[in-house]
Design a binder for this molecule. Structure first.
Ligand SMILES: [Zn+2]
Length: 262
């Protein structure tokens, strides 16, 4: 099992080695570690260096925080190119939703769009998939930017979107992931039914904390088992079969050790 979206750099650095060992002993094959800014991108690359098989690295700048400085954006672009051989994706990128109002007090909306477009062009040039934060009313906008830049490999993480947008996302062949919320939230359960099984991924977005049966529990890739059990119940696909399919999907979108640009 592979966690398709986790903020691995936000776990205690001192304990990460023991944690990864425990996760591996419990059937977790790997994670896609996503970054939130330049500093976090360096941290993700360091984790990739320390755990090259377990960690697949994606670097970028999260849209729910102030946009990167010109310098940081330049450095991030340089880093993607110089570390290309160590990368499985670009992310987490997208457009702000939850903190949009607050962010727009200091920054213009065009700035967020421009940064997203910079990363999309980079992903296209470097033949990397994008890990997207594109939810609610912003999902349609992000989708239109993907089309504008002819992006073929994209992952809408923890998607929440109107039905017609979900339909468009899957008909473009993009991937969608569900989190532990699928175990207890109807919205996410309905989403699973709308995504073809070959385009579905599972993730924890850890260390983000969940409610329902996971309230006050630490979020880790160990929750993937609960997610796939729920997905198996919803789709009626036997668990073993389902896990194999999702594993293959994640490998297809975020291969480890990509060296050619074909
Ligand atoms: Zn995230």
């Amino acid at each position: 099992m592979i966690d398709a979206h986790i903020h691995l750099d936000q776990y205690d650095a001192e304990e990460i080695k023991d944690r990864i060992k425990r996760w591996q002993e419990n059937g977790i094959d790997g994670v896609v570690g996503v970054a939130t800014n330049l500093r976090s991108s360096y941290d993700i690359l360091k984790l990739k260096q320390d755990f090259p098989i377990f960690v697949r690295a994606a670097i970028g700048h999260h849209p729910e925080i102030p946009p990167p400085s010109k310098h940081d954006l330049y450095e991030l672009t340089k880093l993607v190119k110089s570390e290309r051989h160590n990368l499985s994706g670009i992310g987490e990128i997208g457009l702000p939703t939850y903190r949009k109002e607050e962010l727009l007090e200091r920054n213009r909306e065009e700035e967020f769009n421009a940064i997203l477009e910079t990363f999309l062009k980079l992903a296209k040039d470097e033949n990397l998939p994008v890990a997207l934060h594109a939810v609610h009313e912003e999902s349609k906008k992000v989708l239109s930017f993907l089309k504008k830049h002819s992006i073929q490999k994209a992952h809408f993480h923890w998607l929440k979107a109107p039905d017609e947008v979900i339909h468009e996302i899957v008909s473009e062949g993009y991937y969608v992931s569900v989190t532990p919320e699928v175990c207890y939230r109807e919205r996410d359960q309905r989403l699973v039914k709308k995504v073809p099984i070959d385009q579905l991924l599972i993730e924890t977005d850890g260390p983000w904390q969940y409610g329902g049966p996971f309230a006050r529990k630490e979020t880790s890739p160990l929750l993937l088992k609960e997610i796939s059990k729920s997905v198996s119940n919803i789709t009626k696909i036997p668990l073993k079969n389902l896990n194999e399919k999702i594993f293959n999907n994640t490998n297809r979108l975020y291969p480890n050790f990509v060296t050619d640009k074909s």
